[in-house]
Design a protein around this ligand. Structure first.
Ligand SMILES: C[S@@+](CC[C@H](N)C(=O)[O-])C[C@H]1O[C@@H](n2cnc3c(N)ncnc32)[C@H](O)[C@@H]1O
Length: 192
C-alpha cells in the first residue's frame, strides 16, 4: 500500500478508537504544516520539542527543514508513535529525532525535574479543546517552563476556545487562520 494512504488509515483508526484524544480524523496537511514550521530557521541547530506528534506529518517536514536541529517528539498513542518512528527511519532520519511514546505532561515534567535543557521552540498539535481546563493550563504552564525566555510556543487548534488560556500565560500571542486544511485550523504563535 502507498505510504501516504497507510498513514491516513493509521490515523483514521486512531481517531475511531480515541477521537477525543486524537482530535482530528486525518493528519495535518501542507498549508497547516508550513505555518507551524515557518518560524523555525532552516539553520536552527538547537532543540525543538513537538507535542502530540501523531504519525509524523509535521515531524518529518520539520526534520527535513532543519537538518541541524535536535527534535524531541512525543505522542501519547503508542501505535501512532511507532508509525512516526517508522516514517522517520524510512526517510533516513535517525539519531537527531527522538519519538517518545508518552504524554506531553509526563515528558515535560520529567524534563523539568531533571533540569534538562530548555528549548527555543515547542510545537504542539495536542487537541486542547477536548481537554478539561485544568489540564489545558497544566500543559500550557509546562510548555512555558520548557521554553527559554523569548522562546516560541506554536500550537494549532480547530477552534479559538483556548486562545484566552494561552494569553494568560504568554506575553504575546498571534493567531493565524489556516483555511486550507481539513478541518480548517488556527495557529497560535505565543512568545514567552
Ligand atoms: C490533531 S492530532 C495532530 C497529529 C500530528 N501532529 C499532525 O499534525 O498530524 C493530535 C495528536 O496529539 C496526541 N495527543 C493527545 N493528547 C496528548 C498528550 N497529552 N500528550 C501527547 N500527545 C497527545 C494525539 O494522540 C494525536 O496524535
Amino acid at each position: 500500500m502507498h505510504n501516504a494512504v497507510a498513514n491516513y488509515l493509521h490515523f483514521m483508526c486512531a481517531a475511531l478508537v480515541k477521537f477525543r484524544q486524537t482530535g482530528a480524523i486525518v493528519p495535518s496537511q501542507r498549508f497547516l504544516i508550513e505555518k507551524m514550521i515557518a518560524p523555525v530557521p532552516e539553520t536552527y541547530a538547537g532543540r525543538i520539542i513537538e507535542l502530540g506528534a501523531g504519525n509524523g506529518a509535521l515531524t518529518l517536514r520539520l526534520a527535513a527543514r532543519c537538518p541541524e536541529a535536535r527534535i524531541l517528539a512525543c505522542e501519547i498513542n503508542p501505535a501512532l508513535a511507532r508509525v512516526n518512528r517508522h516514517n522517520l527511519d524510512r526517510a533516513g532520519i535517525n539519531g537527531r529525532v527522538q519519538v517518545i511514546p508518552d504524554s506531553a505532561e509526563h515528558l515535560l515534567s520529567e524534563m523539568d525535574r531533571r533540569g534538562q535543557g530548555k528549548a527555543d521552540y515547542v510545537l504542539s498539535g495536542i487537541p486542547l479543546g477536548n481537554l478539561r481546563s485544568d489540564r489545558v493550563f497544566a500543559i500550557v504552564d509546562a510548555v512555558s517552563r520548557a521554553l527559554v525566555p523569548g522562546g516560541l510556543y506554536i500550537q494549532f487548534q480547530y477552534s479559538l476556545m483556548d486562545r484566552k488560556k494561552i494569553r494568560t500565560r504568554f506575553q504575546a500571542v498571534r493567531t493565524v487562520p489556516v483555511i486550507l486544511n481539513v478541518p480548517p485550523a488556527v495557529v497560535y504563535y505565543a512568545q514567552k
